[in-house]
Design a protein around this ligand. Sequence first.
Ligand code: PNS
Length: 158
Amino acid sequence: MRRVVCPGSFDPVTNGHLDIIGRASRQYDEVVVAVLINIEKKSLFTVEERIEMLQAVTKEYGNVRVDKFHGLLVDYCRQQEIPAIVKGLRAVSDFDYELQQAQLNYRMSGVETLFMATGPEVSFLSSSRIKEIVRYGGSVAGLVPDLVQDLLVERLRG
Ligand code: PNS
């Protein structure tokens, strides 16, 4: 079984995340989308809400499982017998941070990190920008799944 993890905060999932998850699902037998439980970071959606959204929008892939984790990602990988992490790279600005994490994770555990170039049509997306646009009345249609857009509008403008 070739298994890989796509980790993140997913607050909320965007079409940029889905681009990477969908493409990873075509390369691997199973993709585990792992939502970080981070009590220090203020989030818009609870971990359970984020998991529900991810489950709904990845259902069609068939080989994607959604889970949560806390602590070190490499410890989660070890527990789940996942040998590699897939990360999307949007731009050079992502690279410094991701390289350091990848090297540390490999040094700590031998878990590999594989970088996938984000599709150019979604490479400008981030969850924080999406929330900002919705908060100030803009439309994020086509940038996040419809279900996520509805929940964002409800949460931020309701
Ligand atoms: O979507 P994000 O917030 O950019 O995701 C970052 C994430 C969850 C991949 C990263 O923060 C992470 O792996 N956190 C778990 C803690 C950990 O393992 N830290 C050591 C990294 S060297």
